[in-house]
Design a protein around this ligand. Structure first.
Ligand SMILES: [Zn+2]
Length: 743
């Protein structure tokens, strides 16, 4: 109630400024604005009106018909990184950007990529001999599913190997699953383990199996997780059919992503390379994905004890843990590792007054098969966005800052294209990058979701308020909030802090890993976000992630592709044009405080609460929050001064602009300050002290990573040191904000 009142009264104030805006040169072609709106964060009221008009014009450009055509072109053939078909998609993206008036170039790297050399052999040896097919069936309703170019089911960077051993069912393959098996006296050592997908990154499943001495790993898609237990399977419904498996990399990207042979450096000629044996992010055992049709043949005959709590999946029999000689399996993988050229496409919309500050947008282009959802719905959104930006620049728009559009290659193998580019341009990015805005699988349904650093929460929500949700006609923000409320049990909607402010806002998650924001945020300290529209999506990394699937289930009208382009472009334009960068470090401080409090609770449970100085941490968090608020106040004052001096034509304006720029730079530097060049324990490539992928989750973020890890490992010395370094980083960030206001 209170909030909307404030907004309404602000709107009245600002409507008076619209007359002023109409005379501004950049608004010459603007459509008449009838509904007055609140000033955008970071803009003077006059500039805000100009910006809104520009954004309206931009959002009118992306169209379902051209989105459909992009996706059709991009998904004609499977385009695994490093193949001829992948190169063709790079040319398609580059040429469209150029056609739209955006300069674009290919950027090549030579990286180590895995391909299956010979078909994997997986057979049941006992109780009977049977070879499994490992083939995804062609589906008549989906024409591309019969393509001979579809790469077989395999896990990227699996080792080659040939093992025959008893089979153990390890549930999701998490450390706690192995602990449950230990209680049953089941030892996976020397055995082949079969794990189901879900709850952790697949590379983590391989790593944990390796740590427990397993000889090989099979990962299958259980129908409980994305098959018939969820709904009708493809082609009747959107869920995974019986013969479908999930390809995917098992690179240990929680140690470092990118080319395995050039950690921390770009994979270009002249860079010294490790040997494959020296690489630290590659598994040493064979890993193979299979369908639940094939998995059933392995799991049904298993003996040993009936599954512990939580182990039962969706197949129609009681799961046993195995580990006995009753069921023995032969697994033979034959992989080829090739140093191969990959192609990023980098486009630029040159900025004006602050051209040396960059807003970087990224989406990967390579796919395990056709990649209609993952990732080319995002590529489509980027191309429609590029068409919009091209059109606006033709009409005279020059963003204040430079916008860089990146189409990454080899993301699927380990975020390789983005990581190599970030490593190559590290010095320049640390100086110039304002933000990194990622979209991977942009559309698999109608439900908006986002993850980001807390400083960008308000920006994302504000942009979502200005984009229309195609299905409901409400704003994306309203549809998002409605969906979150429907989805969540009543109990979870009450907020512990006692205010209703937080629950009124749809939640934005923390960034872990699993897409291309990782090198930007977690290696370089660039404020980052990831977003998209999700839905019932059971064909991830399968032969059916196709144009036919998208046309039938994901987005038949291609309207969410348009919405994705609109929201991505809106965020980018706002960051590119704002006089005062709308980053909110008070939200960041609040989030870190929550992280600290949660960590203290965990530490108490483990009797480690005294091992580190939590009060020192909370003190620097308060210091950061205080500095953030003072910075916000000064930004507001300076914007008001600029507005006033324009009206009264005095000359304080250039000085205020210069001070705002200094503050802008401090807001970038604050995120950089949260990194520590020494890196995290055991993984120096990861430098961010607040966010990293968890060692044992991989995709999900593990906030305050070193501290959490030390507590999990019950290592008091490491916990003390980690807390000290985190506090140092936060103190640096607070200091940077303070310095930014002075002078
Ligand atoms: Zn992807």
């Amino acid at each position: 109630m209170r909030k909307s009142y404030v907004r309404a009264s602000l709107a009245l104030l600002i409507s008076a400024q619209l007359i002023f805006a109409a005379t501004a040169t950049r608004a010459q072609n603007a459509a008449p604005q009838t509904t007055p709106a609140a000033a955008l964060e970071g803009f003077t009221p006059a500039d805000s009106a100009v910006e809104r008009a520009l954004e309206d014009r931009f959002r009118a450009i992306p169209k379902p018909e051209s989105a459909r055509e992009h996706l059709r072109q991009l998904t004609k053939e499977p385009h695994v990184a490093g193949t001829r078909e992948d190169y063709q998609t790079a040319l398609y993206v580059r040429d469209r950007m150029r056609e739209y008036g955006i300069s674009a170039e290919l950027k090549e790297y030579q990286v180590l990529l895995p391909y299956p050399k010979a078909p994997t052999v997986l057979e049941l040896v006992a109780p009977r001999r049977e070879r499994l097919s490992l083939q995804e069936a062609a589906i008549p309703e989906d024409p591309t599913s019969a393509s001979r170019k579809i790469i077989p089911l395999f896990n990227g960077y699996s080792a080659s190997g040939d093992v025959t051993a008893p089979l153990v069912y390890v549930n999701y393959g998490l450390p706690e699953d192995y602990a449950a098996l230990k209680k049953l006296n089941v030892d996976p050592k020397g055995k082949i383990v079969i794990a189901r997908y879900g709850r952790s990154f697949r590379g983590v499943k391989a790593r944990v199996a390796e740590e427990h001495g397993a000889a090989g790993v099979i990962i299958y898609s259980d129908p409980a997780d994305d098959g018939y237990a969820k709904g009708d399977v493809y082609p009747k419904g959107p869920w995974r059919p019986e013969t479908s498996g999930q390809r995917g990399s098992v690179q240990y990207l929680f140690i470092h992503p990118g080319d395995p042979l050039t950690p921390g450096a770009p994979a270009v000629p002249g860079t010294p390379r490790l040997t494959r044996e020296q690489a630290t992010n590659l598994p040493k055992l064979p890993v193979q994905p299979i369908s639940y049709g094939d998995a059933r043949k392995l799991l049904e005959p298993l003996r040993g004890q009936v599954r512990p709590a939580g182990f039962q999946g969706g197949l129609p029999f009681a799961y046993h843990v195995g580990g006995t000689q009753d069921v023995r399996v032969h697994l033979k993988t034959d992989m080829e590792f090739k140093t191969t050229t990959i192609w990023n496409v980098v486009g630029r919309v040159e900025g004006g007054e602050e051209r040396d500050r960059w807003i970087v947008l990224g989406n990967h282009r390579d796919a395990w098969t056709f990649g209609a959802v993952d990732p080319n719905s995002g590529t489509t959104a980027m191309l429609e966005l590029a068409r919009g930006f091209g059109e606006l620049t033709r009409q005279g728009w020059k963003p204040r800052r430079t916008i860089v559009l990146c189409s990454w290659d080899a993301e699927e193998q380990g975020l390789i294209g983005s990581t190599e580019w970030a490593e190559e341009n590290a010095v320049e990015l640390k100086e110039k990058a304002v933000a990194y805005l990622n979209m991977d699988a942009a559309v698999s349904g109608a439900n908006f979701g986002a993850s980001s650093v807390p400083s960008m929460w308000k920006l994302i929500r504000a942009a979502a308020r200005d984009v229309r949700d195609p299905k409901t006609g409400k704003s994306v923000y309203q549809a998002w909030q409605d969906h979150v409320r429907e989805d969540r049990p009543e109990a979870e909607l009450t907020d512990e802090s006692g205010t209703d402010e937080k629950i009124a806002e749809a939640r934005i998650a923390a960034l872990g890993s699993g897409s291309d924001y990782t090198p930007f945020l977690q290696h370089l300290g660039v404020p980052s976000l990831d977003m998209g529209f999700g839905g019932d999506y059971g064909v991830y990394h399968s032969a059916y992630d196709s144009f036919a699937w998208m046309s039938k289930f994901g987005d038949p009208q291609f309207v969410y592709h348009v919405a994705a382009a609109q929201i991505w472009g809106t965020v980018a334009m706002r960051l590119a044009d704002a006089s005062a960068l709308p980053f909110d470090y008070a939200d960041y401080a609040d989030q870190i405080r929550d992280f600290v409090n949660e960590t203290v609770k965990t530490a108490r449970r483990r009797k480690l609460a005294d091992s580190f100085d939590s009060q020192a941490l909370l003190d620097v968090v308060s210091e950061l929050g205080g500095q953030a608020n003072r910075t916000k106040v000064m930004q507001t004052d300076l914007l008001a001064q600029i507005e006033h001096s324009k009206v009264s034509a005095d000359d304080t304006h250039p000085r205020s602009i210069a001070r705002l720029r200094k503050i802008n730079d401090s807001l970038l530097a604050a995120e950089r300050a949260l990194t520590d060049a020494r890196g995290l324990t055991g993984r120096p490539w990861y430098t961010h002290q607040i966010y990293a992928p968890g060692f044992y989750t991989g995709y999900a973020a593990q906030p305050l990573p070193d501290l959490r890890q030390a507590i999990e490992a019950r290592n008091a010395t490491n916990a003390r040191e980690a807390a000290r370094r985190i506090a140092e980083a936060i103190r640096r960030a607070a200091q940077v904000l303070k310095d930014g206001r002075e002078g």
